[in-house]
Design a protein around this ligand. Sequence first.
Ligand code: FAD
Length: 389
Amino acid sequence: MPTSVLISGAGLAGPALAYWLAHHGFEPAVVEAAPALRTGGSAVDYRGPVHLGLLTRMGILDQLREVQTHGTAMRFVDEHGRPTMQMPAGFAGGELEVRRGDLSRILAAASGDRTEWIFGDRVAALSELPDRVEVTFAGGSQRSFDLVIGADGVHSGVRRLAFGAESAYVRHLGYYLGGWAVPGCTGEGAGLNVPGKLASVGDGQAFIAFSSPAELSYDRRDPEAQKQIIRAQFAGLGWEVPRILAALDTAGDLYFDQICRVDITPWSTGRIALIGDAACGATLGGMGNGTALIAAYVLAGELATAGGDHRAAFARYERRLAGFARRAQKGGDTAGRFLAPRTASGLRLRNWLHNQNLIIRLTMRIATERATRIELPDYDLSAASAPRR
Ligand SMILES: Cc1cc2nc3c(=O)[nH]c(=O)nc-3n(C[C@H](O)[C@H](O)[C@H](O)COP(=O)(O)OP(=O)(O)OC[C@H]3O[C@@H](n4cnc5c(N)ncnc54)[C@H](O)[C@@H]3O)c2cc1C
């Protein structure tokens, strides 16, 4: 029988891993807490030959190009609507920018019927035995798998069950982010900055960020509570903010989270391992999306070439990726301060610096360099076939 792998989370890392595991002859199943693939969130980007090369190998680059946004130039204004800073489309959009929802859909379709999809459920308990992992789902069913992978984001449930409370691994970086659909708004992006806050809109999406040095306490499964926090933060601001907040009332798939980073080592324990944001996330600016894509390729490839020795495969996967992921994560440390400097003088300095072409070009070069500094083995040449139980 093929090796069965339960992946928790159908964001970006989960479907990408399912694709590569199925490609190597494993039997992947993905369990996602949401009732369907999540459509929300703003655009995510890929840059450099490593990202684009993997998308080509997966056969989805052309499909992604069909739905790419081409990036959105951003215009920033102050409270009086006066322009303060301008960003070219390639700054945040990389070489290929797609909406997160489109990407998730295309990745999931790529592994298609070779993967079992379970929506609206989650892992409630894990019990590792010498030859398998017994999984109890919140919906009440029980099943066993050879391996379990946590691809369930920065607040991973698998990580909590297998490694302990997230307070030991997740560091709040002083800001919160939100994103939701604003129907009927097209074209160039624009954002209002006041000290410690950014409210922006463009290409059908609102995107907000605000400073909060202390962690906020709220129910992550309660979007209404999250909407209240956003309304309170942005109440009373002018420009387009009332229109952006009005769209929040009917927003179906709100994205709201702290900017944080995950530092955990090792990324595996026994038959359970982590991937994507669950292992090495930085909510924003840390190239989590590109790193997740690479990690999926490496983890599946190492498992396929390890002759059934999952411990060796997990260790090699982490060795190949940890340094690369840590360098990419660094971008997340300053993302909040870049989006919404806390003081008026900080805002003026950011605007001045980023209105210089040189700084923009340098920042883009550093991002591409961070996305490229990894050599990937060719697992198709070295893989005999997936281990069988
Ligand atoms: C709806 C949404 C919108 C986003 N929008 C943005 C954005 O605008 N900007 C940005 O920079 N980043 C955004 N992100 C984060 C970004 O997608 C990730 O940083 C990155 O792509 C790495 O992907 P990942 O698959 O590791 O994690 P994620 O993309 O976060 O995916 C994790 C998945 O696991 C699911 N999940 C969570 N807990 C459980 C559980 N216990 N059991 C089963 N499933 C679970 C989630 O619903 C989600 O589908 C968003 C994430 C989500 C879920």
